[in-house]
Design a protein around this ligand. Sequence first.
Ligand code: NAD
Length: 475
Amino acid sequence: MFLNGRLQGEPRLEVRSPWNGALAGTAAMDSAIAVDQAVRAAAGYDRRLTGERRSAILTETAGLLRSRREALASLITAEAGLCYRDSTREVDRACANLRIAAEEARRIHGQTMELTAGEERRMALTIREPVGTVAAITPFNRPLNQVVVKVAPAIAANNAVIVKPSEKAPLAALELAQALVDSGLPAEMIGVVTGDPAEVGTALVTHELVDMVTFTGSVATGERIAAAAGMRKLLLELGGNDPLIVLDDADLDRAAAIAVGGAFGNSGQSCRGVKRILVTPGIADQFVGRLQERTRTLRFGDPRDPATDVGPLITEQYAVAVVEVCRAAVAQGARLLCGGHRDGAVVAPTVLDHVDPRADVVTDETFGPVAPVIRVGSADEAIEVANSTRYGLQAGVVTNSFDAFLSIASGLRVGAVNLMDGPNFDSPYVPFGGVKKSGLGREGVRFAIAEMTTFKTVVLPWLPPWPGGGCMQAE
Ligand code: NAD
């Protein structure tokens, strides 16, 4: 664990590269007792750290990460198998989130409120207070930035935070905690616990001194955590199976480039990515041809090679499951145009055409490099199919008709819709999150800060302005 500003405990958790099994590093196998220690240390934190100081700490942390960009990217590639290019992007995004959280730390304000008739002799103020101790549970697929999007706003808002990173890739989270303390964050404001999720995760989300749980991961785990957490603040960022809708009037080269970027980026292990491609009849054959052509140019294999586009999945079992779900789709009538096989944990970039909208590969979340094409009869049918699953994170639409886009955008039940782009937009400035089973609440620095603060209302005696103003008097 990371407690009192340093690593502690026996490093019994071996973290191995999903590419070649090489040891990427070690972490502790913490127990429920360790979790209790970390939460109790956090609960006593001193809340007098000013916004200006928190801002300086976050800025300094961004600078430290930036100065270690290549080393951190190599660590992320080693522990999670992300392609080196994706890992450097991961570090850059983490730095951006820290810098924007640093800006926001200086402007967390309440309001003053005039009251109603009969209450003229009072005024109300709202003060934004930190929720207290935040438990942050994060997934394997973005081992640094997924931690930063929780930790940076939590600290900006003056909370203490205990992180439980994925046991599959916990090393970058430990580096982040060290960088925060090295930048001057009081040690009790950041802790990291690692190990068996059933023990450590459960102990954390049920601890009486944890005030809020912010979780990113699968729907199944999110539901388990929501049930265990009981009555405390909850923010859930869960899975998705985002559609990309390509209409008859689309620029097909652009549509194919968007589809390839969205389906195969981060080796397909992305919550927001192209998981289903819905195409209308006029361009379906041409579009599929271009999609296949582009996919065949992708390089897959060693994630350490900067030229690699698609690397391994997090474990070989995940790769087996992805190949299996593609085979099942073919058994249900889909045509396999390329890929559909694996070597170890690496799944070759796969394109499936004529996929049945009821096939598991598109109704569930397929966390791998697969581009399944569903042929639909019209834009209206695209909306219906897009809405037919339990998820609702993002969608992308490729069309030159703004009217068609507006009607699709208003018909989709999702957290965000992108025109002429894939369903994979993410910026520290915008609200990020889903509807339906894709989540509850919003991240994005300013929006996460709103989730991580509560209003305290203070009512003061006040005199109505002129005439008869003067000194403030109690009633
Ligand atoms: P996961 O649900 O298996 O694990 C997520 C985290 O929960 C890990 O740290 C894990 O150790 C922990 N955990 C597991 N069981 C727990 C328990 N009983 N109590 C407490 N913690 C527990 O997810 P994963 O496989 O690591 O990540 C992939 C999933 O994350 C995908 O579904 C993906 O869509 C989702 N994801 C969502 C977003 C988003 O912003 N919506 C972003 C990234 C990933």
